[in-house]
Design a protein around this ligand. Structure first.
Ligand code: NI
Length: 213
């Protein structure tokens, strides 16, 4: 599908808007996260012929624009004001805002997005919480909120390991497999190293000759 010049301009403007909005947010939810979600969403959308690609792209770029973890409860003010400022048609605006509302895991536990655009952006956002990037972001978020390593590890079990079975699209499911496997491998190694540490006797750790080590 060929996008019009106007649509391309909306997408470029939305990138610029997100870049400014996330200039001061921590590494776990920065502009690079938005761009990775955008890129995964574009990839998934290419296998979903019935979706509105422009809506997917704009929803991906604006999906965290009003995240309650980042901004004081703004409803959908940021996303809405951006869409209005670009005079995007009301029907498309509604499609984008609906998709964004359905993305959040914590608010929608057990509920699936109803629109294909929402399903795609939610899958893309979840993929960024998995794999090596997911590990890095979890500890970055933990650091931003003064959490212990164990608290971050708990987040793997409470949320990240569940994501694989909650993907909406076939492409999302396939992309999630490898990332899920990496999460399991990381946890296994982490627990192994932690257990090795607790099994070491103090005199091994502080042996002056160093030979036992
Ligand atoms: Ni996100």
């Amino acid at each position: 599908m060929q996008r019009s010049e106007t649509e391309n301009r909306w997408i470029e403007d939305a990138k610029e808007y997100a870049k400014q909005l996330f200039a001061l947010t921590g590494a776990s939810h920065d502009f690079a996260h938005t761009m990775r979600v955008f890129s995964s969403a574009v990839q998934i959308a290419s296998y979903e012929p019935e979706c509105d690609h422009t809506a997917v792209m704009l929803a991906a770029l604006l999906h965290d624009a009003d995240d309650h973890k980042l901004f004081a409860d703004s409803g959908q003010e940021h996303a809405r004001s951006f869409l209005e400022s670009r005079e995007i048609p009301a029907e498309l605006q509604e499609k984008i805002l609906t998709a964004i509302r359905s993305v959040s895991f914590s608010k929608n536990r057990g509920r699936r997005p109803e629109t294909i655009e929402g399903k795609i952006v939610q899958d893309a956002d979840r993929l960024d919480a998995m794999g090596a990037v997911g590990v890095a972001r979890t500890f970055a978020y933990g650091g931003e909120h003064g959490r212990s390593l164990d608290d971050s590890i708990r987040h793997f079990h409470e949320k990240l390991l569940l994501l694989k079975d909650e993907m909406n699209t076939e492409t999302g499911k396939q992309m999630a497999e490898e990332r899920h496997a990496f999460l399991l491998a990381f946890l296994e190694e982490y627990e192994k190293e932690m257990n090795d540490m607790t099994q070491l006797k103090p005199d091994h750790l502080f042996d002056p000759g160093g030979e036992k080590l």
